[in-house]
Design a protein around this ligand. Structure first.
Ligand SMILES: C[S@@+](CC[C@H](N)C(=O)[O-])C[C@H]1O[C@@H](n2cnc3c(N)ncnc32)[C@H](O)[C@@H]1O
Length: 279
């Protein structure tokens, strides 16, 4: 989608040239950047996060997305990170936009787009304030636990209302989060993984009453750099809670899945993937 077309779908108060200022409500995000951990966590992880995301089966996940929503119109990859899903969707001929808060991850996304020979708009914005006009999207995808980071449940609700506002009637919203029930069943306090350039050690605390998962990620770079620590704090949602919130936003649950193999959702499913429709 060329920049000129993007202009047509963006709210006029946030029009900017792509190379210049980002499409974001500057003041709100500046405030957030100072106060909120999530505003900087993924940005600070940068290339480390890119490696973690690359280790995922993105082809499989995109196949799942295409089967679940059969996107025909404009698709918003909400909290796109390195845009791994939208890049593949674009390569398959879909009209896509990527949106994320992290300038670093958007820079990596841009680099990957060039490597893959695809082009589409990337917007830096906050999921509570989408700088897009009403009812212009056919599909919104929110993949790999990109929901539950905002300071309060009310703020998470705000982002769902933004999804509903920007979706066309009959448009689809696909949200993919951790299944809290499964997490409780298989919970491990400590874990580690090896990536090409670093080791990732993880220390976790689960608070099932408050539905919170606190994790400390310690990155040990193989180049021998000092270990770096990142705190991660996630609000977990069960299917009934998510259903209720989606309903309040004007989104009706159509289908639920428990993984990217299109298995139906059960309490033992690793993922909670919900397909909802704008009423
Ligand atoms: C777990 S990552 C998932 C990224 C991508 N969807 C994927 O599957 O690789 C979560 C993403 O949400 C973004 N994010 C977190 N809070 C956000 C917010 N309030 N507004 C927009 N993006 C946000 C982060 O920058 C990060 O890229």
């Amino acid at each position: 989608m060329p920049w000129e077309d993007l202009k047509k779908i963006c709210l006029s108060r946030v029009h900017h040239k792509p190379e210049r200022k980002p499409l974001i409500k500057e003041r709100e995000v500046e405030l957030m950047d100072k106060q909120e951990w999530y505003a900087s966590l993924f940005d600070r992880l940068g290339e480390y996060w890119a490696e973690i995301a690359e280790a995922r089966s993105t082809e499989k996940e995109v196949e799942f997305i295409e089967n679940a929503v059969r996107p025909k119109g404009l698709v918003l990859d909400l909290c796109c990170g390195t845009s791994r899903h939208s890049i593949l969707l674009r390569a398959k001929g879909r009209k896509v936009i990527g949106l994320d808060l992290s300038p670093n991850l958007l820079r990596i996304a841009k680099r990957k787009m060039v490597l893959e020979g695809v082009s589409f708009p990337l917007i830096r914005a906050e999921m509570r304030f989408l700088p897009l006009k009403e009812e212009i999207l056919a599909v919104v995808i929110n993949m790999f636990t990109s929901f539950g980071y905002l300071p309060t449940e009310k703020e998470d609700m705000k982002s769902l209302r933004e999804v509903a506002r920007t979706l066309k009637r009959g448009g689809a919203f696909l949200i993919d989060v951790v299944n809290p029930e499964h997490l409780i069943q298989v919970f491990q306090k400590k874990d580690w993984a090896e990536f090409a350039h670093f080791y990732l050690l993880e220390r976790r605390t689960l608070d099932p009453k408050r539905m919170r998962l606190f994790s400390q990620w310690i990155v040990l770079d193989k180049a021998g750099n000092k270990a770096r620590t990142f705190d991660h704090n996630l609000r977990l949602y069960s299917l009934p809670q998510l259903r209720e919130m989606l309903k309040k936003a004007g989104l009706a649950v159509k289908k639920t899945y428990g993984d990217y193999e299109e298995q139906r959702f059960r309490s033992v499913s690793p993922r909670l993937i919900v397909l909802a429709e704008k009423k």
